[in-house]
Design a protein. Sequence first.
Length: 69
Amino acid sequence: MENKQQYSLQALELKLQKVANLIEHLIAVEMYKGGATQPDVAVSLSMSVGKVNKLVKGVKSLKENNGKK
């Protein structure tokens, strides 16, 4: 029984980590779309600029859209 509970706990932890990663991705994209620079997003979310670059790849920032949403 304890082995099954351990497996369930590990599965839950994996799912929660995926949710946390998705939320982090969403926040990075929304900050970038709102006009924050990649270094600003990196500092705010305590991650590297390279990771931010990967997360926002293909997303246009407010500056790139000339203020258009």
